[in-house]
Design a binder for this molecule. Structure first.
Ligand SMILES: [Zn+2]
Ligand SMILES: [Zn+2]
Length: 204
């Protein structure tokens, strides 16, 4: 069993400030992992599909998911679906089993009704400048509430995992001299260049 409390400190270091959304990501990630019976993703064993968009509140949720599941930007096994929602589908790429978990609307709404939002975040005050006595109770509540109070868990379903191999081939751009992944290169007369150099040379 994955215990989200064991990942709180690591999550906080990765994320940078105290807020309720990162811990919600820890809880959602742990719930999905425990439902699937999987370990943290050392390589690309897990794939996380987040329904988050850009530029809206509580995108911090994604950092909790990254910290606990090991699905990271660097490994490329976390994707955003841009629905502007907080659902997360976790896929075990080995077994092809998946589960969707989503924070309950009530839990999200009660966070929004707190001073953390009304007195600070909505007035443009960064989360790192919110006093501890305002943010700590929110974190405590998210970390300690029973799963069924804060999360809706779906049933396990089959997911057709796309078979993709990492590319290891690259070349040196004839214009800028920087490394480029082979398949991203552009032929230009008898040269091979990167995309920015191609655009620069063909922009007139
Ligand atoms: Zn945050
Ligand atoms: Zn170049």
């Amino acid at each position: 069993m994955i215990d989200p409390k064991n990942y709180f400190e690591a999550g906080l270091i990765l994320h940078g400030h105290k807020c309720p959304a990162m811990p919600m990501g820890l809880r959602a990630g742990a719930a999905a992992m425990n439902k699937l019976g999987v370990e943290r993703s050392k390589d690309s064993q897990l794939l996380a599909l987040l329904e988050l968009g850009e530029d809206h509140y509580a995108t911090c949720f994604a950092d909790g998911i990254q910290a606990i599941t090991g699905c990271t930007f660097g490994k490329g096994n976390i994707k955003k679906l841009h629905y502007g929602k907080w659902g997360m589908t976790l896929i075990d790429t080995q077994s092809g089993k998946a589960v969707r978990v989503c924070p309950k609307a009530d839990a999200m709404l009660s966070n929004k009704k707190t001073e953390f939002f009304s007195k600070y975040r909505k007035k443009g005050i960064p989360a790192s400048e919110v006093p501890e006595d305002v943010v700590n109770p929110l974190i405590e509540r998210i970390m300690n509430s029973p799963e069924e109070m804060i999360l809706n868990m779906g049933e396990i379903f089959d997911y057709a995992v796309p078979k993709k191999l990492h590319s290891f081939s690259g070349f040196v751009c004839d214009h800028c001299g920087e490394m480029v992944v082979e398949s991203y290169g552009r032929p230009m007369q008898d040269e091979k260049v990167c995309l920015p150099c191609y655009e620069k040379a063909t922009r007139k």
